[in-house]
Write a protein that binds this ligand. Structure first.
Ligand SMILES: *Cc1c(COP(=O)(O)O)cnc(C)c1O
Length: 379
């Protein structure tokens, strides 16, 4: 079945008592045992809850994984994955990484003896060169944040296989609708479901899919052992969000391309980063590996004063962190999302005091462009 069909049918319930079409919210902490040594399949809700399971099974199908796992947030999901490593292990990581992941690695996991090297993962040779004798994993963002560099997940997965590394792909910006990392050879995909999957700026959640059943068993052990599971209400909201993933994404991408083209011609705009634009260095690779370019745009304004002007004057587009929801958002990465990354690194990467990031929603594209146009006026 096509992914649109699978998405719409996520969480479709087979409950026979009432025939409820959508999976109920099982707001229960524990489950009654039918007899001594017997179980309905559910014992205690940290270990398993039918609403969460509907989400986990549904996502695993979308991604072609053996199993899926839902966590309290994207960071909780990544934390849980770090339990796959041991003291002394080294990981190679995307350099223009989500700020929260960088903080987790550097400020929390380093003290337990894990070490991390940050490289441009759109450069296969740079990744190869960063592998050390104690390297055990690669953590790569399929499309980076905020500079939208494209990683060749298939080539990286092959390299990981050759060198015996676990290949983990943060596929938050693309979702299974646009790229399926496990099909390309990755071992694990991770998502901040708070973004496109839940899709309505109303839920915080993290999701993981795992290709191999034995590895999935380990991930389950860590999910249950560490316990940062997603609650039933938020699992239900995420199921509800996923049902329209493809429809939202199609519209968001259409809007993003129109806005990126409009920005490109604007006299008060410098560089525009959008992988769907002609001339973007990752465009062909993305077209070859996946089915779209996403709906995130980064752009530089001509002068630093324009940053504040735009953040204050856009009305339809909200000045807020996060991304991927139906409402368009604008943010200033240097101060908002990437504050934990060292200033020299930001400078080298090009995350400067001119760079703004747009998460394009499903509104009418003409209205979005008009909002940006009026925000640029004056000054
Ligand atoms: C938001 C985000 C995360 C963290 O997810 P939360 O749900 O906010 O904890 C991780 N990776 C990427 C790429 C993100 O955008």
């Amino acid at each position: 079945m096509k992914i649109a069909t699978q998405a719409a049918q996520v969480g479709l319930d087979r409950e026979t008592r009432t025939g409820a079409v959508t999976v109920p919210i099982y707001q229960t902490a524990t489950f009654r045992h039918p007899g001594l040594g017997q179980s309905t399949g559910y014992d205690y809700a940290r270990s398993g809850n039918p609403t969460r399971e509907a989400l986990e099974v549904g996502l695993a199908k979308l991604d072609g994984g053996a199993r899926g796992f839902a966590y309290a947030s994207g960071m909780a999901a990544i934390t849980s994955l770090m339990f796959l490593f041991r003291q002394g292990d080294h990981l190679v990581v995307t350099e223009d990484l989500y700020g929260g992941s960088y903080r987790l690695f550097e400020k929390l996991f380093q003290q337990f003896g894990l070490s991390f090297s940050y490289v441009d993962t759109s450069d296969l040779e740079a990744v190869r060169a960063a592998i050390k004798p104690n390297t055990r994993g690669l953590f790569v963002e399929s499309l980076t944040n905020p500079l939208l560099k494209v990683a060749d997940v298939a080539a990286l997965a092959t390299l990981c296989k050759e060198r015996g590394l676990l290949c983990i792909v943060d596929n938050t910006f693309l979702t299974p609708y646009l790229l399926r990392p496990l099909d390309l050879g990755a071992d694990i995909a991770i998502y901040s479901g708070s973004k496109y999957l839940a899709g309505h700026n109303d839920t915080v959640c993290g999701l993981v899919t795992v290709k191999d059943p034995a590895l999935a068993e380990q991930v389950y052990f860590h999910q249950n052992g560490a316990g940062a599971v997603l609650g039933p209400q938020d699992s239900w909201l995420t199921v509800r969000g996923i049902k329209t993933l493809h429809v939202r994404m199609d519209r968001q991408q259409e809007n993003a391309l129109a806005i990126a083209r409009w920005l490109t011609g604007h006299p008060k705009v410098g560089k525009v980063y959008y992988p769907g634009l002609e001339g973007h260095p990752g465009r062909e690779l993305m077209a070859a590996r996946g089915t779209g370019f996403g709906a995130m745009i980064a752009f530089e304004v001509a002068r630093p004063e324009l940053v504040n002007q735009l953040l204050m004057k856009t009305q339809l587009i909200s000045f807020a962190e996060s991304l991927g929801g139906v409402e368009s958002l604008i943010t200033f990465p240097q101060v908002q999302t990437h504050a934990d990354i060292e200033p020299e690194t930001l400078k080298r990467l090009g995350i400067n005091n001119l760079l703004l990031r747009l998460s394009v929603g499903i509104e009418d594209k003409d209205d979005l462009i008009a909002d940006l146009a009026q925000a640029f006026e004056g000054e």
